[in-house]
Design a protein around this ligand. Structure first.
Ligand SMILES: C[S@@+](CC[C@H](N)C(=O)[O-])C[C@H]1O[C@@H](n2cnc3c(N)ncnc32)[C@H](O)[C@@H]1O
Length: 501
């Protein structure tokens, strides 16, 4: 990779592909008998793919490369001269988001190959960098409400671009062949399959991103051939030169499935459970003020300040690492819980716990600085992800941060319900017996196989609340002959309130 400053690399997702890798990719395409008449590289950089394509696709008469950086295109022009390339290559310096792509594609001979390596950057990162290198309609998957507020609307720019490539080719003959994160490839396939885009064939070839880009991420070459719709299956290969797939991923039942055989076997367990609803832990976005350690009889906050606070609003806190490592009987940290439900007025703290109120006032500036929009127009010192369920005395929890399918029974600590951070998912339980029962069910082999059929372990966060919500705990209890216990616990008044009055 050429030496470039870090901000530039981040903002433009600028990881130039080594020539050797671009050549291997074009070889793989040729081995699949892909013979384009036109080749487009929509963010071509210094042109590794365009030049590899010129050498490998003799049938093609059109080569077009676009990049936002003139400096990259200048390097490409120099390479064209030093490598004595005689085929005309058209280069355009422009932002992907401003180009009239349909105008460019219009009249191009088919099949059209859209090849390359789009920028590796997320919308959240661009937000942090205050960059405008984004499509105008950024919230492109139209995630509404809470999802959009809590960052679910974050997306990879390459994901957006790949979906655009597919749109350009609708009604045409063509192929998209792009390097990208494997998680992005699966998301793109998911949307394309869901919308019944004309995918004739899909393949994913693993790429060693550490070797080629010095990046620790699961990356791949995604190949999508546009044509008559065929079964929604993608063949996955370990190496670019492999002939036999190591696995397949399938679109089935409205989801991308990792293991179709086991999914179909246990499909009847899928469904929303009416009684046990998965929840995320608390979000407060101000650890230095809200999280405390106990020192003797006092508390110390994240700024190292010793504070004297009433116990009323303080609860034991367990983080993802505690839950994942089974450290659940005791806690290293405590957390200030200022509300019992979202939107609750906080000014009553003043009367009930004056020292806590003073502490919050003293740290009001830090709390007000929280940038997440979930705190806007809420009572001061608000937290998020709190409700009746937060205060249940027993919980069955799993970390969404670790790659382990292991459900833990979590008791109260010193008679105070445990609070989790927002990377932990849990179901609330009323008693130890109930929590043991639920954990036994969830850790049972059938549940594991069911979850595993939908988990892509190479994802950064393979265990999500959406995944957990796919399993009907009642159907599982029925499956393994324990439905009577399920009914016993759910009829027993699980909805007692544990909220302080
Ligand atoms: C991951 S690099 C890959 C470059 C080239 N495709 C290759 O494979 O070597 C991403 C490229 O996207 C370019 N880029 C970033 N944002 C862009 C935009 N909005 N429009 C066009 N190109 C962009 C960068 O300048 C960079 O050259």
């Amino acid at each position: 990779m050429a030496l470039q400053n870090n901000k530039q690399i981040s903002e433009f997702g600028d990881f130039q592909t080594p020539d050797y890798l671009a050549q291997q990719v074009t070889q793989t395409l040729r081995a699949l008998d892909i013979q384009p008449q036109s080749v487009i590289e929509p963010s071509c950089g210094q042109g590794a793919f365009i030049l590899a394509a010129v050498n490998f696709f003799a049938n093609s008469s059109q080569f077009i490369g676009v990049d936002i950086k003139q400096a990259h295109l200048d390097i490409l022009q120099k390479k064209i001269i030093t490598q004595h390339v005689t085929v005309p290559i058209k280069t355009i310096c422009a932002s992907f988001f401003d180009v009239d792509w349909l105008g460019i594609l219009h009249g191009l001979p088919e099949p059209i190959l859209i090849i390359g390596n789009p920028p590796w950057v997320t919308s959240a990162e661009l937000g942090r960098l205050n960059s405008s290198n984004l499509p105008i309609k950024s919230n492109f998957q139209k995630i509404k409400g809470l999802g959009a507020l809590t960052g679910k609307s974050n997306f990879d720019i390459s994901e957006w671009m790949l979906l655009e490539h597919l749109k350009w080719l609708q009604g045409r003959r063509g192929i998209v062949a792009m390097l990208c994160k494997t998680a992005v490839a699966r998301k793109v396939l998911f949307y394309a399959w869901k919308q019944d885009n004309f995918i004739q064939e899909a393949r994913i070839y693993k790429i060693d991103a550490l070797k080629y880009f010095d990046a620790t991420v699961d990356a791949c070459l995604l190949i999508i051939k546009i044509g008559d719709i065929k079964p929604k299956t993608c063949y996955c290969f370990e190496h670019l030169s492999d002939q036999k797939p190591s696995e397949t991923i399938n679109y089935y039942d409205g989801r991308v499935i990792a293991d179709l055989v086991n999914y179909q076997k246990w499909q009847h367990l899928r469904g929303a459970d009416q009684n046990y609803i998965w929840r995320s832990g608390i979000k407060h976005d101000c650890a230095k003020v809200m999280e405390l350690v106990k020192i003797g009889g006092a508390y110390q906050n994240g700024n190292g300040v010793i504070v004297s606070l009433e116990d009323d609003y303080i609860y034991p806190l367990l983080k993802s690492s505690d839950v994942a490592n089974g450290r659940v009987g005791d806690c290293r940290k405590y957390v200030l819980i200022t509300q019992q439900y979202i939107g609750e007025e906080t000014n009553k703290i003043q009367e009930q716990a004056p020292q806590t109120w003073r502490y919050l006032q003293e740290n009001a500036a830090a709390l007000e600085k929280r940038s997440s929009s979930v705190y806007k127009k809420c009572p001061e010192f608000s937290i998020f992800g709190v409700g009746n369920y937060t205060f249940y005395p027993w919980k069955v929890a799993i970390s969404g941060f670790y790659k382990k399918l292991n459900f833990q029974v979590v008791p109260s600590i010193n008679n105070r319900p445990v609070i989790f951070d927002d990377t932990v998912y849990f179901v609330p339980c009323s008693s130890e017996e109930e929590a043991n029962f639920i954990a036994e069910l969830l850790n049972y082999s059938v549940a594991r196989v069911f979850f595993n059929s939908m988990i892509f372990w190479s994802n950064k966060r393979p265990i999500t609340i959406d995944l957990l919500k796919q399993l009907s705990i009642q159907a599982l209890a029925h499956e393994i002959g324990r439905e009577a216990e399920y009914i016993y616990y759910t009829n027993k008044g699980r909805y007692w309130s544990f909220v302080k009055v």
